[in-house]
Structure formats: C-alpha cells, structure tokens
Design a protein around this ligand. Structure first.
Ligand code: SAM
Length: 233
C-alpha cells in the first residue's frame, strides 16, 4: 500500500524538526512542496537528497497545470510510490495549501493509500502554548478576511467566551489591533497576546489590553515586521 505523509517542518528555527520527519523525508520517493526553493533549505541542512515537485494549489497555479500535477500524483500512488507533503513552514494544510490534495487522495483511494501525519510545529499551537492565556478551549480563525465579513468577525471575537486565535500579516497588524480596540469595549476585559517571530531570534510575546498592545506597536515601528499570531481571550 502506498503511503502519503503529511510532514510538519520548522516555523523559523531550523532545529524544530522531528527525527521522524527527517527519516520520513529520507525514505519517500518524492517530496511535494509549496515552494521547492524554500523546502530545499531544510533538505540541504539535513542532507536529504530526494526529488521534489511543487504541488497543485488552488490559489497559485492555473487549472490545467493543477489537473496534470494531480494526475501525476495519483499515478505515482497507483504505482505504489510513497510521497511526502510539506509546506514552506509549519504543518501543511493549516492555513496552507495541501488540504485539497489530501482530500482528493482520500476520495480517489479510499483505504488503499494510507495518509499519515508526521506532527511537528504549527504557529497556532506554539503561540498558545507560551501565551499564558486560557488554552483549554479555543477557536482558530486562520487569516481574517480583508473586507467581507471582517467586521462581523471582530464582533464575534469581542463576544466570544472561548479564546480566539488567528494569523496576521505585518501589513495589517496595526489595523487589526485598532479594530480590536474598537470592537472590544474596556468593560469586557479582553486580553490580547501578539506572538511575533516565534522560534526565531527576535521572538516576542506582547500581552495586555487591546489598547495597551496597540500603543506598544504604535510606539515601536521596528516591531511591526515579521510573522504574527494573535490570541484574544
Ligand atoms: N501552516 C503554518 C502553521 O502550521 O503554522 C501556517 C502557515 S500560514 C501561511 C503563515 C502564517 O502563520 C504567518 O503569516 C503568521 O501569521 C503565522 N506564523 C507562521 N510562522 C510564524 C512565526 N514564526 N511566528 C508567528 N506567527 C507565525
């Protein structure tokens, strides 16, 4: 039976890869990547010499190219080959492409291809784990919509009983913090934790009321760079 591995890779610190992930990547016939250049950095570091191919993403490749890549992947699995799926960073399919591919494989092969997760880093769990905010129940929102539905979502965040977590880009972090100030009135006592550059040199957790965290980022424009995960509790 062919095996299709979904392999988590580091979100910054190259040391954050499991032994099982390395063994798996060394064992497969082909590694399917989001961006082969990004994946080659980790493959080189761990002396993994395996062929790579970018995989069909709904967003970035034309429909024909997507279909032909999908057909190629299906043929390889029919031939009994083992494949691994990675994304540029973290766990594939979590706010990353690959979900459509996993779904198609399950649809095409039912039980004749084993889809095996190789767990590892994901920014959402990494941020929650050291945030100090309640983690027993949480809702993960992925990336917030830019326009349609954005205001409704902020209202939901403001009223939520559970911890809410989402990903944000450096271009929108200030705007998002401003919205949190606007939609979370002082009396509902929301706490915000912005987890920036997790596992990297300039890793930082900034926690406070929405207004306090906004003030901090307004005063420190150099901290508006990098990768952000936002937690509201
Ligand atoms: N699949 C990935 C995962 O499992 O974490 C997430 C991919 S998503 C395209 C990338 C977003 O995740 C970034 O824009 C940022 O919001 C968040 N993220 C990724 N790495 C991060 C890091 N080192 N520190 C903080 N947030 C991070």
């Amino acid at each position: 039976m062919s095996k299709f591995y979904v392999v988590a890779t580091p979100i910054g610190n190259m040391g954050d890869i499991t032994l099982r992930a390395i063994e798996t990547l060394k064992s497969v016939d082909l590694i399917l990547c989001e961006d082969t250049r990004e994946t080659h950095k980790i493959l080189e570091k761990y002396a993994i010499n395996k062929p790579t191919m970018s995989y069909p993403s709904d967003d970035i490749v034309g429909k024909d190219s997507r279909q032909s890549k999908l057909a190629k992947i299906i043929t390889l699995l029919e031939e009994g080959k083992n494949l691994a799926l990675v994304s540029d960073a973290g766990t594939p399919t979590i706010s990353d492409p690959g979900a459509m591919l996993v779904s198609k494989i399950k649809e095409n092969f039912l039980d004749s291809v084993q889809v095996i997760p190789i767990p590892g880093p994901s920014a959402v769990i990494t941020a929650l784990s050291a945030s100090g905010l309640p983690t027993h129940e949480f809702t993960f929102l992925g990336f917030l919509p830019h326009k349609k539905g954005r205001e409704t979502l902020f209202k939901e965040i403001a009223e939520a009983k559970r911890t809410m977590v989402f990903y944000e880009s450096p271009h929108r972090i200030l705007k998002t913090l401003e919205s949190l100030v606007k939609f979370c009135p002082k009396e509902n006592q929301k706490k915000v934790c912005v987890a920036r550059e997790l596992t990297k040199i300039y890793e930082e957790f900034k926690t406070g009321s929405p207004a306090e965290v906004l003030e901090y980022y307004n005063k420190n424009p150099d901290k508006q760079r990098g990768e952000f995960t936002v937690i509201v509790a």
